[in-house]
Design a protein around this ligand. Structure first.
Ligand code: NAD
Length: 427
Protein backbone atom coordinates (compact mmCIF):
# COMPACT_ATOMS: atom_id res chain seq x y z
CA UNK A 1 0.00 0.00 0.00
CA UNK A 2 1.54 3.29 -1.10
CA UNK A 3 1.33 5.58 1.92
CA UNK A 4 2.58 8.68 0.14
CA UNK A 5 -0.98 9.73 -0.73
CA UNK A 6 -3.78 9.76 1.80
CA UNK A 7 -6.68 7.86 0.21
CA UNK A 8 -9.27 9.58 2.41
CA UNK A 9 -8.03 13.06 1.45
CA UNK A 10 -8.21 11.94 -2.17
CA UNK A 11 -11.80 10.65 -1.76
CA UNK A 12 -12.78 13.92 -0.06
CA UNK A 13 -11.09 15.98 -2.77
CA UNK A 14 -13.04 14.09 -5.45
CA UNK A 15 -16.29 14.56 -3.50
CA UNK A 16 -15.67 18.28 -2.84
CA UNK A 17 -15.24 19.04 -6.51
CA UNK A 18 -18.49 17.20 -7.40
CA UNK A 19 -20.33 18.88 -4.48
CA UNK A 20 -19.20 22.22 -5.90
CA UNK A 21 -20.32 21.21 -9.40
CA UNK A 22 -23.73 20.12 -8.05
CA UNK A 23 -24.00 23.18 -5.78
CA UNK A 24 -24.85 20.90 -2.84
CA UNK A 25 -25.90 22.69 0.32
CA UNK A 26 -23.45 22.90 3.25
CA UNK A 27 -25.28 20.33 5.41
CA UNK A 28 -25.24 17.66 2.71
CA UNK A 29 -21.56 18.34 2.01
CA UNK A 30 -20.65 18.05 5.70
CA UNK A 31 -22.57 14.79 6.01
CA UNK A 32 -21.24 13.11 2.86
CA UNK A 33 -17.55 13.96 3.20
CA UNK A 34 -17.11 11.78 6.34
CA UNK A 35 -18.37 8.34 7.46
CA UNK A 36 -21.53 8.49 9.59
CA UNK A 37 -20.11 5.88 11.98
CA UNK A 38 -16.66 4.40 12.67
CA UNK A 39 -15.66 1.48 14.86
CA UNK A 40 -12.10 0.93 16.10
CA UNK A 41 -11.50 -2.43 17.72
CA UNK A 42 -8.55 -4.21 19.30
CA UNK A 43 -8.79 -7.96 18.87
CA UNK A 44 -6.88 -10.24 21.27
CA UNK A 45 -5.86 -13.42 19.47
CA UNK A 46 -4.23 -16.54 20.92
CA UNK A 47 -1.36 -17.35 18.58
CA UNK A 48 -0.21 -20.89 17.84
CA UNK A 49 2.88 -20.45 20.05
CA UNK A 50 0.72 -19.66 23.11
CA UNK A 51 1.32 -15.88 23.12
CA UNK A 52 -1.47 -13.33 22.71
CA UNK A 53 -1.30 -10.72 19.98
CA UNK A 54 -3.67 -7.76 19.71
CA UNK A 55 -4.75 -6.80 16.18
CA UNK A 56 -6.30 -3.42 15.28
CA UNK A 57 -9.48 -3.53 13.26
CA UNK A 58 -11.84 -0.95 11.78
CA UNK A 59 -15.33 -0.69 10.32
CA UNK A 60 -16.52 2.54 8.73
CA UNK A 61 -20.15 3.07 7.75
CA UNK A 62 -20.05 6.01 5.40
CA UNK A 63 -23.70 6.39 4.45
CA UNK A 64 -26.78 4.17 4.55
CA UNK A 65 -29.45 6.46 3.09
CA UNK A 66 -30.00 4.08 0.14
CA UNK A 67 -30.05 0.89 2.22
CA UNK A 68 -27.95 -1.28 4.56
CA UNK A 69 -24.20 -0.65 4.43
CA UNK A 70 -22.15 -2.89 2.16
CA UNK A 71 -18.41 -3.31 1.84
CA UNK A 72 -15.49 -5.68 2.12
CA UNK A 73 -13.13 -6.49 4.96
CA UNK A 74 -9.45 -6.30 4.06
CA UNK A 75 -6.54 -7.96 5.82
CA UNK A 76 -3.40 -5.93 5.16
CA UNK A 77 -0.31 -5.11 7.26
CA UNK A 78 -0.45 -1.42 6.19
CA UNK A 79 -4.21 -0.98 6.61
CA UNK A 80 -5.12 2.42 8.06
CA UNK A 81 -8.32 4.04 9.26
CA UNK A 82 -8.01 6.62 6.48
CA UNK A 83 -7.87 3.94 3.78
CA UNK A 84 -10.95 2.29 5.28
CA UNK A 85 -12.73 5.67 5.47
CA UNK A 86 -11.98 6.36 1.82
CA UNK A 87 -13.06 2.89 0.73
CA UNK A 88 -16.33 3.17 2.67
CA UNK A 89 -17.09 6.43 0.86
CA UNK A 90 -16.28 4.86 -2.51
CA UNK A 91 -18.67 2.01 -1.62
CA UNK A 92 -21.49 4.53 -1.18
CA UNK A 93 -20.85 5.92 -4.68
CA UNK A 94 -20.41 2.42 -6.10
CA UNK A 95 -23.74 1.05 -4.85
CA UNK A 96 -25.42 4.22 -5.98
CA UNK A 97 -23.93 4.27 -9.48
CA UNK A 98 -25.16 0.74 -10.21
CA UNK A 99 -28.49 1.64 -8.63
CA UNK A 100 -28.72 -1.06 -5.98
CA UNK A 101 -30.49 -0.40 -2.65
CA UNK A 102 -27.37 -0.46 -0.47
CA UNK A 103 -25.16 2.05 1.33
CA UNK A 104 -21.38 2.23 1.72
CA UNK A 105 -19.17 0.62 4.39
CA UNK A 106 -15.70 -0.91 4.64
CA UNK A 107 -13.66 -2.80 7.19
CA UNK A 108 -10.10 -3.83 7.73
CA UNK A 109 -7.77 -5.60 10.12
CA UNK A 110 -4.08 -4.70 10.34
CA UNK A 111 -2.49 -8.10 9.82
CA UNK A 112 -0.51 -10.05 7.27
CA UNK A 113 -2.10 -13.43 6.40
CA UNK A 114 1.19 -14.45 4.74
CA UNK A 115 2.56 -14.89 8.26
CA UNK A 116 -0.52 -16.32 10.00
CA UNK A 117 -1.60 -19.95 10.27
CA UNK A 118 -5.12 -20.97 9.24
CA UNK A 119 -6.12 -21.25 12.91
CA UNK A 120 -4.76 -17.77 13.70
CA UNK A 121 -6.69 -16.30 10.77
CA UNK A 122 -9.88 -18.01 11.95
CA UNK A 123 -9.40 -16.58 15.46
CA UNK A 124 -8.89 -13.06 14.00
CA UNK A 125 -12.11 -13.43 11.98
CA UNK A 126 -14.13 -14.63 14.98
CA UNK A 127 -12.56 -12.00 17.29
CA UNK A 128 -13.32 -9.23 14.81
CA UNK A 129 -16.94 -10.39 14.54
CA UNK A 130 -17.34 -10.63 18.34
CA UNK A 131 -16.27 -6.97 18.64
CA UNK A 132 -18.37 -5.65 15.82
CA UNK A 133 -21.46 -7.91 15.59
CA UNK A 134 -23.75 -5.30 17.17
CA UNK A 135 -23.03 -2.88 14.36
CA UNK A 136 -23.63 -5.44 11.59
CA UNK A 137 -26.63 -7.42 10.33
CA UNK A 138 -28.51 -8.26 7.12
CA UNK A 139 -30.55 -5.04 7.39
CA UNK A 140 -27.81 -2.93 8.95
CA UNK A 141 -24.35 -3.46 7.46
CA UNK A 142 -23.13 -6.43 5.42
CA UNK A 143 -19.40 -7.24 4.95
CA UNK A 144 -17.79 -9.16 2.08
CA UNK A 145 -14.35 -10.46 1.10
CA UNK A 146 -11.68 -8.06 -0.14
CA UNK A 147 -7.90 -7.90 -0.31
CA UNK A 148 -6.46 -11.04 1.32
CA UNK A 149 -9.80 -12.26 2.68
CA UNK A 150 -11.76 -15.13 1.14
CA UNK A 151 -15.03 -17.07 1.27
CA UNK A 152 -13.56 -19.08 4.15
CA UNK A 153 -12.91 -15.92 6.20
CA UNK A 154 -16.51 -14.82 5.52
CA UNK A 155 -17.90 -18.16 6.64
CA UNK A 156 -16.00 -18.06 9.93
CA UNK A 157 -17.39 -14.56 10.52
CA UNK A 158 -20.95 -15.62 9.62
CA UNK A 159 -20.67 -18.64 11.92
CA UNK A 160 -19.50 -16.42 14.80
CA UNK A 161 -22.37 -13.97 14.13
CA UNK A 162 -24.90 -16.81 14.16
CA UNK A 163 -23.37 -18.17 17.38
CA UNK A 164 -23.73 -14.74 19.02
CA UNK A 165 -27.28 -14.09 17.79
CA UNK A 166 -28.59 -17.66 17.96
CA UNK A 167 -30.24 -17.66 14.52
CA UNK A 168 -29.41 -18.38 10.89
CA UNK A 169 -28.52 -15.15 9.11
CA UNK A 170 -26.75 -15.94 5.83
CA UNK A 171 -27.52 -12.37 4.68
CA UNK A 172 -25.18 -10.93 7.35
CA UNK A 173 -22.20 -11.40 5.04
CA UNK A 174 -21.67 -12.06 1.34
CA UNK A 175 -18.98 -13.83 -0.64
CA UNK A 176 -19.74 -17.05 1.26
CA UNK A 177 -18.91 -20.45 -0.22
CA UNK A 178 -21.47 -21.79 -2.70
CA UNK A 179 -23.72 -24.29 -0.90
CA UNK A 180 -23.47 -22.32 2.34
CA UNK A 181 -25.37 -19.24 1.24
CA UNK A 182 -22.92 -18.09 -1.43
CA UNK A 183 -23.93 -17.18 -4.96
CA UNK A 184 -22.62 -18.84 -8.07
CA UNK A 185 -20.70 -16.28 -10.11
CA UNK A 186 -19.49 -14.22 -7.11
CA UNK A 187 -15.87 -15.26 -7.64
CA UNK A 188 -15.95 -14.09 -11.24
CA UNK A 189 -18.22 -11.07 -10.67
CA UNK A 190 -15.76 -8.21 -10.13
CA UNK A 191 -13.38 -9.16 -12.92
CA UNK A 192 -16.22 -9.95 -15.34
CA UNK A 193 -17.93 -6.67 -14.39
CA UNK A 194 -14.76 -4.74 -15.27
CA UNK A 195 -14.77 -6.33 -18.72
CA UNK A 196 -18.52 -5.75 -19.27
CA UNK A 197 -17.82 -2.01 -18.88
CA UNK A 198 -14.64 -2.28 -20.95
CA UNK A 199 -16.60 -4.03 -23.74
CA UNK A 200 -19.10 -1.14 -23.77
CA UNK A 201 -16.30 1.46 -23.80
CA UNK A 202 -14.68 -0.28 -26.79
CA UNK A 203 -18.06 -0.28 -28.57
CA UNK A 204 -18.37 3.43 -27.93
CA UNK A 205 -14.90 4.04 -29.35
CA UNK A 206 -15.64 1.77 -32.33
CA UNK A 207 -12.80 -0.60 -31.50
CA UNK A 208 -13.11 -4.35 -31.80
CA UNK A 209 -11.81 -6.19 -28.68
CA UNK A 210 -9.93 -8.60 -30.96
CA UNK A 211 -7.73 -5.73 -32.15
CA UNK A 212 -6.70 -4.73 -28.64
CA UNK A 213 -3.90 -5.46 -26.20
CA UNK A 214 -3.93 -4.88 -22.44
CA UNK A 215 -1.47 -4.62 -19.57
CA UNK A 216 -2.69 -5.39 -16.07
CA UNK A 217 -1.38 -4.57 -12.61
CA UNK A 218 -2.16 -7.44 -10.25
CA UNK A 219 -2.88 -11.12 -10.76
CA UNK A 220 -5.37 -11.79 -7.98
CA UNK A 221 -9.08 -12.54 -8.05
CA UNK A 222 -10.16 -9.45 -9.96
CA UNK A 223 -7.31 -9.46 -12.46
CA UNK A 224 -7.58 -13.18 -13.28
CA UNK A 225 -11.30 -13.09 -14.11
CA UNK A 226 -10.96 -9.81 -16.00
CA UNK A 227 -8.23 -11.44 -18.08
CA UNK A 228 -10.38 -14.56 -18.64
CA UNK A 229 -13.32 -12.63 -20.08
CA UNK A 230 -11.16 -10.17 -21.99
CA UNK A 231 -9.39 -13.07 -23.73
CA UNK A 232 -12.80 -14.70 -24.39
CA UNK A 233 -13.85 -11.50 -26.15
CA UNK A 234 -10.77 -11.80 -28.38
CA UNK A 235 -8.37 -9.43 -26.60
CA UNK A 236 -4.69 -10.10 -25.89
CA UNK A 237 -3.04 -9.49 -22.52
CA UNK A 238 0.69 -8.89 -22.99
CA UNK A 239 1.74 -8.00 -19.43
CA UNK A 240 0.65 -8.68 -15.84
CA UNK A 241 2.34 -7.72 -12.57
CA UNK A 242 2.18 -8.92 -8.99
CA UNK A 243 3.75 -8.55 -5.58
CA UNK A 244 6.63 -10.88 -4.69
CA UNK A 245 6.37 -11.65 -0.99
CA UNK A 246 9.92 -13.04 -0.66
CA UNK A 247 11.63 -10.09 -2.32
CA UNK A 248 9.13 -7.52 -0.97
CA UNK A 249 8.76 -5.85 -4.35
CA UNK A 250 6.65 -6.18 -7.44
CA UNK A 251 7.49 -7.76 -10.80
CA UNK A 252 5.89 -7.64 -14.22
CA UNK A 253 5.60 -10.63 -16.55
CA UNK A 254 5.47 -9.92 -20.24
CA UNK A 255 4.83 -12.01 -23.36
CA UNK A 256 4.46 -10.03 -26.56
CA UNK A 257 2.11 -12.52 -28.27
CA UNK A 258 -0.09 -12.78 -25.16
CA UNK A 259 0.01 -14.46 -21.78
CA UNK A 260 -1.56 -17.87 -21.30
CA UNK A 261 -3.97 -17.47 -18.37
CA UNK A 262 -4.18 -21.13 -17.32
CA UNK A 263 -0.43 -21.54 -17.52
CA UNK A 264 0.19 -18.48 -15.32
CA UNK A 265 -2.58 -19.50 -12.90
CA UNK A 266 -0.89 -22.86 -12.42
CA UNK A 267 2.26 -21.13 -11.09
CA UNK A 268 0.46 -18.56 -8.91
CA UNK A 269 -0.11 -18.81 -5.16
CA UNK A 270 -3.46 -18.01 -3.59
CA UNK A 271 -2.33 -14.45 -2.82
CA UNK A 272 -1.93 -13.78 -6.56
CA UNK A 273 1.88 -14.07 -6.50
CA UNK A 274 3.45 -15.56 -9.64
CA UNK A 275 6.52 -17.83 -9.32
CA UNK A 276 9.30 -15.89 -11.07
CA UNK A 277 11.59 -18.76 -11.96
CA UNK A 278 8.78 -20.91 -13.34
CA UNK A 279 7.49 -17.96 -15.38
CA UNK A 280 10.95 -17.46 -16.87
CA UNK A 281 11.07 -21.17 -17.77
CA UNK A 282 7.74 -20.70 -19.57
CA UNK A 283 9.22 -17.90 -21.70
CA UNK A 284 7.93 -14.84 -19.84
CA UNK A 285 10.17 -11.80 -19.68
CA UNK A 286 10.42 -10.75 -16.03
CA UNK A 287 10.57 -6.97 -15.60
CA UNK A 288 10.46 -4.55 -12.65
CA UNK A 289 6.90 -4.18 -11.31
CA UNK A 290 6.44 -0.62 -12.63
CA UNK A 291 6.86 -1.87 -16.21
CA UNK A 292 3.15 -2.74 -16.41
CA UNK A 293 2.30 0.96 -16.82
CA UNK A 294 4.85 1.62 -19.59
CA UNK A 295 3.61 -1.00 -22.05
CA UNK A 296 2.61 0.02 -25.60
CA UNK A 297 -0.91 -1.36 -25.30
CA UNK A 298 -4.44 -0.09 -25.94
CA UNK A 299 -5.80 -0.75 -22.46
CA UNK A 300 -4.40 -0.49 -18.94
CA UNK A 301 -6.17 -2.25 -16.07
CA UNK A 302 -4.85 -1.42 -12.60
CA UNK A 303 -6.18 -4.34 -10.54
CA UNK A 304 -3.97 -4.35 -7.44
CA UNK A 305 -4.14 -1.48 -4.95
CA UNK A 306 -4.88 2.24 -4.55
CA UNK A 307 -2.46 5.10 -5.50
CA UNK A 308 -0.76 3.33 -8.39
CA UNK A 309 -1.13 5.88 -11.21
CA UNK A 310 0.45 9.01 -9.76
CA UNK A 311 1.93 12.38 -10.73
CA UNK A 312 5.33 10.64 -10.79
CA UNK A 313 4.51 7.83 -13.23
CA UNK A 314 1.56 9.09 -15.29
CA UNK A 315 3.91 10.44 -17.98
CA UNK A 316 5.19 6.89 -18.53
CA UNK A 317 1.82 5.81 -19.93
CA UNK A 318 2.29 5.07 -23.62
CA UNK A 319 0.64 7.22 -26.31
CA UNK A 320 -1.00 4.01 -27.54
CA UNK A 321 -3.23 3.74 -24.43
CA UNK A 322 -6.86 4.62 -25.19
CA UNK A 323 -8.71 3.18 -22.19
CA UNK A 324 -7.94 2.74 -18.51
CA UNK A 325 -10.39 0.43 -16.75
CA UNK A 326 -9.89 0.96 -13.02
CA UNK A 327 -10.45 -2.48 -11.50
CA UNK A 328 -8.76 -1.56 -8.20
CA UNK A 329 -10.23 0.97 -5.80
CA UNK A 330 -8.65 4.42 -6.01
CA UNK A 331 -5.74 3.49 -8.31
CA UNK A 332 -5.38 7.02 -9.75
CA UNK A 333 -4.43 10.10 -7.72
CA UNK A 334 -6.22 13.39 -8.55
CA UNK A 335 -3.02 14.89 -10.08
CA UNK A 336 -2.60 11.91 -12.39
CA UNK A 337 -6.31 12.01 -13.16
CA UNK A 338 -5.95 15.56 -14.43
CA UNK A 339 -3.23 14.41 -16.83
CA UNK A 340 -5.40 11.52 -18.10
CA UNK A 341 -8.23 14.00 -18.66
CA UNK A 342 -5.97 16.34 -20.65
CA UNK A 343 -4.66 13.45 -22.72
CA UNK A 344 -8.21 12.37 -23.57
CA UNK A 345 -7.79 8.84 -22.23
CA UNK A 346 -11.17 7.13 -21.72
CA UNK A 347 -11.18 6.27 -18.00
CA UNK A 348 -13.77 3.84 -16.64
CA UNK A 349 -13.74 5.00 -13.02
CA UNK A 350 -13.15 2.51 -10.23
CA UNK A 351 -16.53 2.69 -8.56
CA UNK A 352 -18.24 1.92 -11.86
CA UNK A 353 -15.71 -0.54 -13.33
CA UNK A 354 -15.37 -2.73 -10.26
CA UNK A 355 -19.01 -2.57 -9.09
CA UNK A 356 -19.61 -6.14 -10.33
CA UNK A 357 -18.53 -7.55 -6.96
CA UNK A 358 -21.01 -5.59 -4.91
CA UNK A 359 -23.74 -6.11 -7.50
CA UNK A 360 -23.29 -9.85 -7.21
CA UNK A 361 -23.16 -9.53 -3.42
CA UNK A 362 -26.53 -7.84 -3.67
CA UNK A 363 -27.77 -10.80 -5.77
CA UNK A 364 -26.38 -13.11 -3.08
CA UNK A 365 -28.42 -11.28 -0.42
CA UNK A 366 -31.54 -11.45 -2.60
CA UNK A 367 -31.04 -15.22 -2.96
CA UNK A 368 -30.42 -15.56 0.81
CA UNK A 369 -33.67 -13.74 1.51
CA UNK A 370 -35.58 -16.02 -0.87
CA UNK A 371 -33.63 -19.08 0.27
CA UNK A 372 -33.59 -20.03 -3.40
CA UNK A 373 -30.47 -20.03 -5.55
CA UNK A 374 -29.99 -19.10 -9.21
CA UNK A 375 -27.92 -20.88 -11.85
CA UNK A 376 -24.58 -19.29 -12.70
CA UNK A 377 -25.69 -18.16 -16.18
CA UNK A 378 -28.61 -16.34 -14.63
CA UNK A 379 -26.35 -14.51 -12.17
CA UNK A 380 -23.83 -13.52 -14.85
CA UNK A 381 -26.50 -12.34 -17.27
CA UNK A 382 -28.20 -10.26 -14.54
CA UNK A 383 -24.76 -8.83 -13.73
CA UNK A 384 -24.16 -7.96 -17.38
CA UNK A 385 -27.50 -6.13 -17.54
CA UNK A 386 -26.77 -4.10 -14.38
CA UNK A 387 -23.19 -3.20 -15.36
CA UNK A 388 -24.11 -2.34 -18.93
CA UNK A 389 -27.00 -0.11 -17.95
CA UNK A 390 -24.86 1.67 -15.31
CA UNK A 391 -22.14 2.21 -17.93
CA UNK A 392 -24.68 3.54 -20.45
CA UNK A 393 -26.12 6.00 -17.92
CA UNK A 394 -22.65 7.33 -17.07
CA UNK A 395 -21.32 7.48 -20.64
CA UNK A 396 -24.62 8.99 -21.83
CA UNK A 397 -24.27 11.84 -19.34
CA UNK A 398 -20.56 12.21 -20.15
CA UNK A 399 -21.31 12.56 -23.87
CA UNK A 400 -24.30 14.82 -23.37
CA UNK A 401 -22.48 17.31 -21.13
CA UNK A 402 -18.96 16.70 -22.46
CA UNK A 403 -17.75 15.39 -19.09
CA UNK A 404 -14.90 13.13 -18.03
CA UNK A 405 -16.32 9.69 -17.20
CA UNK A 406 -15.32 9.93 -13.53
CA UNK A 407 -17.13 13.25 -13.13
CA UNK A 408 -20.25 11.88 -14.85
CA UNK A 409 -20.26 8.81 -12.59
CA UNK A 410 -19.84 10.98 -9.51
CA UNK A 411 -22.64 13.31 -10.56
CA UNK A 412 -25.07 10.41 -10.97
CA UNK A 413 -24.18 8.66 -7.74
CA UNK A 414 -23.71 11.67 -5.45
CA UNK A 415 -27.01 13.08 -6.71
CA UNK A 416 -28.87 9.86 -5.85
CA UNK A 417 -27.40 9.71 -2.33
CA UNK A 418 -27.91 13.44 -1.66
CA UNK A 419 -31.51 13.10 -2.81
CA UNK A 420 -32.07 10.08 -0.51
CA UNK A 421 -30.63 12.05 2.45
CA UNK A 422 -32.91 14.95 1.64
CA UNK A 423 -36.03 12.77 1.25
CA UNK A 424 -35.30 11.07 4.58
CA UNK A 425 -35.13 14.50 6.18
CA UNK A 426 -31.45 14.17 7.15
CA UNK A 427 -30.35 17.27 5.28
P1 NAD B 1 -6.14 -10.06 -4.43
O1 NAD B 1 -5.53 -10.00 -3.08
O2 NAD B 1 -6.80 -11.31 -4.89
O3 NAD B 1 -5.03 -9.70 -5.54
C1 NAD B 1 -4.22 -8.57 -5.46
C2 NAD B 1 -3.15 -8.71 -6.53
O4 NAD B 1 -2.37 -7.50 -6.57
C3 NAD B 1 -2.15 -9.85 -6.27
O5 NAD B 1 -1.81 -10.45 -7.51
C4 NAD B 1 -0.93 -9.12 -5.70
O6 NAD B 1 0.28 -9.82 -5.94
C5 NAD B 1 -1.00 -7.84 -6.52
N1 NAD B 1 -0.24 -6.73 -5.93
C6 NAD B 1 -0.25 -6.31 -4.65
N2 NAD B 1 0.58 -5.24 -4.53
C7 NAD B 1 1.09 -5.02 -5.75
C8 NAD B 1 2.02 -4.09 -6.29
N3 NAD B 1 2.56 -3.14 -5.52
N4 NAD B 1 2.33 -4.16 -7.61
C9 NAD B 1 1.77 -5.10 -8.40
N5 NAD B 1 0.92 -6.02 -7.96
C10 NAD B 1 0.58 -5.97 -6.66
O7 NAD B 1 -7.13 -8.81 -4.49
P2 NAD B 1 -8.38 -8.62 -5.45
O8 NAD B 1 -9.57 -9.13 -4.77
O9 NAD B 1 -8.04 -9.08 -6.81
O10 NAD B 1 -8.51 -7.02 -5.43
C11 NAD B 1 -7.71 -6.19 -6.26
C12 NAD B 1 -8.24 -4.76 -6.19
O11 NAD B 1 -9.60 -4.74 -6.59
C13 NAD B 1 -8.21 -4.07 -4.81
O12 NAD B 1 -8.03 -2.68 -5.00
C14 NAD B 1 -9.61 -4.31 -4.28
O13 NAD B 1 -9.98 -3.35 -3.29
C15 NAD B 1 -10.39 -4.14 -5.55
N6 NAD B 1 -11.72 -4.75 -5.55
C16 NAD B 1 -11.87 -6.07 -5.31
C17 NAD B 1 -13.14 -6.64 -5.35
C18 NAD B 1 -13.37 -8.11 -5.18
O14 NAD B 1 -14.52 -8.56 -5.35
N7 NAD B 1 -12.35 -8.91 -4.89
C19 NAD B 1 -14.25 -5.83 -5.61
C20 NAD B 1 -14.05 -4.48 -5.88
C21 NAD B 1 -12.77 -3.96 -5.85
Amino acid sequence: MNKSYNAFKMAQQQFDSIAEHLSLDQGTRSLLRVPMREYHVNIPVKMDDGTVEVFNGFRCQHNDALGPGKGGIRFHPLETIDTVRALSMWMTWKCSVVDIPLGGSKGGVVCDPHHLSTGEQERICRGYMRQIAGALGPVRDVPAPDVMTSAQHMLWMMDEYETITGGKYPGVITGKPVGLGGSLGRTEATGFGVVFTLREALKELNISPSETTASIQGFGNVAQYAIQLFIQLGGTVTCVSCWDQNEAKSFAFSKKDGINLDELRSITDHFGGIDKEKAQDLGYEVLPGEAWIEQSVDILIPAALENQITAENVSKISRSVKIIAEAANGPTTPEADQVLKERGIFVIPDFLANAGGVTCSYFEQVQNNMNYYWEKDEVISKLDIKMTSAFMAVSGLARKNNLFMRDAAYIISVNRVAEACKLRGWT
